[in-house]
Design a protein around this ligand. Structure first.
Ligand code: CMC
Length: 431
């Protein structure tokens, strides 16, 4: 018997098959069950993908037990300390850290794609003033394919690359315009002399009648948060982008589907939910009551920003953001932000509680990020939008990786049907 197979014995029929094992460079190997149905006549059943690898990828590796995250093999801590969002974006798209000239060229390309088609402005005006900015993001990003026909031929690698550049470049402009719409201020054009995040802050917070200069502390903090959010292997939104992309849908539509999936409170919407939760808890004395609710199976309340499908240890991104919180709040003069104090206390109490210890529930990336956004003056309903800007790099990198694969096929899960068996139509007066 070859070494790298797994034997499956069907105890019902006595049939036995050998399934090949695909080897990972890091982490668990995967049993290839592609022949399973053909040979044994069964589907495999794994709702929530607890044991199922939906693809192979060279982009991101995370080890949940160790609390370790790497992009293209580089530990997140090193990228957070030494790199920049644009440099990491290059790494994700092209596989290597750029040389100086490559970085300059890439930065210039992204900078020069940041303007939006003027006709897009009317899309924003079509939204009611109190529309959630994520609703605007889904709609406007999805509409980009109607404007940029020269980058929707997914069989053409040049089109794919231009679409990737456009998406990364235009996300801050769309995000800022969504925000401006919600507060009734004029949209601000990008300024090519600014950095990626500097430009985002400029488009969000400047007004035509006044000079604006982004605080370098805010710029640095946002750049770092964006690096941490770039990719996280096959999470719900990334899997959504891949599934949409597998049908041949255009890249703008695929990223819009990712934004929609990100919005949910169990995923990217958690950063917004954390802040609302902290505001509701209000005071350290109320923490035990909220923890009791989080532990009660009959209560839908969960401790937002806690727990993760893969991390059964401290999320390394949360550790970096927690450190940054101290630094940013001190520099911006909000060191004694009562919500930060409350968050630290909540973490401390939860981490010493048996319920959280037994289930290995630790703070995730969303637990502290909202506090930094708040300190930067970013309103709560823009938190998930911030996440979506950074995650666009991961989404497009994953999409490009998938589309450039040989023999790429449409994603089409099976199901375990548990509904009615065949029955005949009953006329309405006989029911
Ligand atoms: N508060 C209270 N209990 C929790 C929590 C929580 N935040 N998270 C998990 N549990 C419990 C859960 O009730 C279950 O208990 P039991 O074994 O008694 O039934 C156990 O822990 C395992 O949880 P699960 O729901 O099976 O875990 P999952 O992998 O399906 O869900 C999760 C992961 C992130 C959706 C979940 O932990 C959660 O809802 N967390 C709060 C929302 C959140 O912070 N989401 C952000 C995730 S990280 C960033 C991102 O993906 O965008």
């Amino acid at each position: 018997m070859p070494e790298d197979t797994v034997t499956v014995i069907d105890n019902r029929t006595g049939r036995q098959i050998e399934l090949p094992v695909r080897t990972a460079t890091m982490g668990p190997d995967a049993v290839d069950i592609g022949r399973f149905f053909r040979e044994l006549g069964y589907f495999t059943y794994d709702p929530g993908f607890l044991s199922t690898a939906s693809c192979h990828s060279k982009l991101t590796y995370l080890d949940g037990k160790q609390g370790m995250l790497m992009y293209r093999g580089y530990p997140i801590e090193q990228l957070a300390e030494h790199s920049s969002f644009i440099e990491v974006a290059h790494l994700m798209l092209y596989g290597e850290l750029p040389k100086r000239q490559q970085l300059e060229d890439f930065n210039s390309i992204i900078t020069h794609h940041s303007m939006l088609n003027e006709a897009l402005k009317s899309f924003f005006r079509g939204f009611y003033h109190d529309a959630h900015p994520m609703a605007i993001m889904v709609g406007v990003v999805g509409s980009l394919s109607a404007f940029y026909h020269d980058s929707t031929d997914i069989s053409n690698p040049v089109h794919r690359e231009i679409a990737a550049h456009r998406l990364i470049a235009k996300m801050p402009s769309i995000a800022a315009a969504s925000y401006k719409h919600s507060i009734g201020e004029p949209q601000v054009y990008p300024d090519n002399s600014l950095s990626y995040v500097g430009n985002l802050l400029h488009m969000m917070f400047s007004v035509p009648c006044e000079k604006f200069e982004a605080d370098p502390v805010a710029e640095k903090a946002l750049d770092l948060i964006f690096i941490l959010h770039i990719d996280h292997e096959q999470n719900a939104s990334t899997s959504t982008v891949r599934l949409a992309g597998s049908s041949g849908a255009n890249p703008f539509a695929c990223i819009a589907s990712g934004i929609a999936a990100l919005w949910g409170p169990a995923h990217g919407g958690a950063n917004e939910a954390v802040l609302s939760m902290l505001e509701k808890i209000g005071d350290v004395k109320n923490i035990p009551a909220y923890l009791a609710r989080a532990k009660d199976r009959d209560d839908p309340f969960r401790l937002m920003g806690f727990g993760h499908r893969v991390y059964k240890n401290y999320d390394p991104r949360a550790r970096i953001i927690r450190e940054m919180c101290h630094e940013v709040l001190a520099k911006l003069g909000n060191e004694n932000d009562p919500l930060f104090e409350l968050a630290l206390k909540l973490e401390e109490i939860a981490l010493s509680d048996d319920y959280f210890i037994e289930r290995k529930l630790y703070p995730n990336v969303d637990f502290y990020s909202g506090l930094i956004y708040k300190a930067l003056g970013i309103p709560t309903n823009m938190f998930t939008v911030m996440f979506s800007i950074a995650r666009t790099v991961g989404w497009v990198a994953q999409w490009m990786e998938m589309i450039s694969e040989k023999n790429q096929r449409i994603g089409r899960p099976r199901q375990l049907y548990v509904g009615e068996t065949r029955r005949d139509y009953v006329p309405i007066d006989q029911r």
